[in-house]
Write a protein that binds this ligand. Structure first.
Ligand SMILES: *Cc1c(COP(=O)(O)O)cnc(C)c1O
Length: 387
């Protein structure tokens, strides 16, 4: 896929060549199982512990509070089901939001079918959660609050530190899905007042299929996977050594570049939005104007379908998405946009553009030049667009 302008970094990112280089030796040369006692295994186990220390340092955690998993989905499932099981004698009520990723919503529904109760706090028109609505939802039998740090569709950044303070005051465990925020904005588990935090390497230029969970040493959870005694007996299975080394390397690079890259992508994003707004009538921003990830731009285009825009942009070698990669292909409008009060027909006409390291000013200007023509042609064919 030469010459593609990729602008869907919320779905996944290309693996950084430096990350691939760091992973290389751990496949065919230093392939030992870190659970074994001879040198080959010890080498692997040292690499894993170095990676763990690196991740812990970036997040402001202790080494022993970092657990490696297969990705964001596993970390979220583990936090939610693990706490639900370990604390079921205290209560069976959980709190989440209406705009979570499916990897939080589905485990919550799974628990509801098994006798747990779930409260979903609403968001405002910008996708923002009011910490007071979380406070009001807490009951004596509440065992977990799970609220995402940054939304994967519109990029809105939630007031996690405030919600965390409320949770702590009430003595309720607090988990955040930080898959979209880690590597893009500062994430420190102490400053955010969280007990558990999920992250995934492929969202910050690391490999797919590897993630981590910060699990405060104060928290009791039931393992999701039972078997060997890896990860302090809390997550069985032979460790993905190359993946873990890659995750740590990718996180280090992202942390080192964060400030400069966030400023660069914000400037590109704002240039793109200004350019589109000047040339296309009746387009509206979805998401918070300022409390938003630096690379995220989601907007609705009155009168046309998101899918049509995606296909036309694809023919012009631009890769974007209409929402979550996991729901693309279904004809359901985005649950996030609906929760923000956007009518279904407008939610259908929404586009998500998420920028990344390789995007340049030329890419932005190319989209500004080509997209207005696409919109004009689609609107001419549209039965609902009112000229
Ligand atoms: C991508 C994503 C996930 C899932 O992570 P995987 O590593 O792909 O399983 C979970 N939550 C959010 C917010 C995401 O963007």
């Amino acid at each position: 896929m030469e010459n593609v302008i990729y602008m869907d970094h919320a779905a996944t990112t290309p693996t950084d060549p430096e990350v691939i280089k760091a992973m290389e030796p751990w496949f065919a040369q230093q392939y030992g199982n870190p659970a074994t006692l001879y040198s080959l295994g010890l080498l692997a186990s040292q690499a894993v512990e170095e990676a763990r220390a690196g991740v812990a340092a970036v997040l402001g955690a202790e080494d022993a509070e970092i657990y490696f998993t297969s990705g964001g989905t596993e970390s979220n499932n583990w936090a939610i089901k693990g706490v639900a099981d370990a604390h079921r004698n205290k209560g069976r009520h959980l709190i989440t939001s209406t705009i979570e990723h499916h990897a939080v919503l589905e485990p919550m529904e799974y628990l509801e079918k098994r006798g747990y109760e779930v409260t979903r706090v609403p968001v405002d028109a910008h996708g923002l959660i009011d910490p007071e609505s979380v406070r009001k939802a807490i009951r004596p039998d509440t065992i977990l609050i799970s609220i995402m740090h940054a939304n994967n569709e519109v990029g809105t950044i939630e007031p996690i530190a405030e919600i965390g303070a409320i949770a702590r005051e009430a003595g309720v465990l607090f988990h955040t899905d930080a898959v979209q925020s880690v590597g893009k904005i500062p994430v420190n588990v102490k400053e955010l007042n969280v007990d558990m935090l999920s992250l995934s390497a492929h969202k910050f230029y690391g490999p797919k299929g590897v993630g981590a969970m910060y699990l405060s040493k104060r928290v009791r959870v039931t393992p999701l996977l039972h078997g060997g005694s890896q990860e302090r007996r809390r997550r069985a299975g032979t460790l993905n050594v190359p993946g873990i080394v890659g995750l740590a390397k990718a996180l280090q690079i992202a942390a080192d570049q964060m400030e400069a890259e966030a400023a660069r992508e914000t400037a590109l994003r704002d240039r793109l939005w200004r350019g589109l707004q000047e040339r296309i009538p009746h387009i509206y921003l979805n998401g918070h104007p300022t409390k938003r990830l630096p690379n995220a731009l989601n907007f609705r285009v009155e009168g046309i379908e998101g899918e049509a825009m995606i296909l036309c942009l694809d023919m012009n070698r631009v890769g974007v998405s209409s929402g979550s990669a996991c729901t693309t292909g279904s004809l359901e409008p985005s649950h996030v946009l609906l929760a923000m009060g956007i009518p279904a027909e407008h939610a259908h006409g929404s586009l998500r553009i998420t920028l990344g390291r390789a995007n340049t000013e030329q890419d932005i200007d190319y989209v500004i030049d080509t997209f207005p023509g696409i919109v004009a042609r689609l609107r001419e064919m549209s039965p609902v667009y009112n000229r």
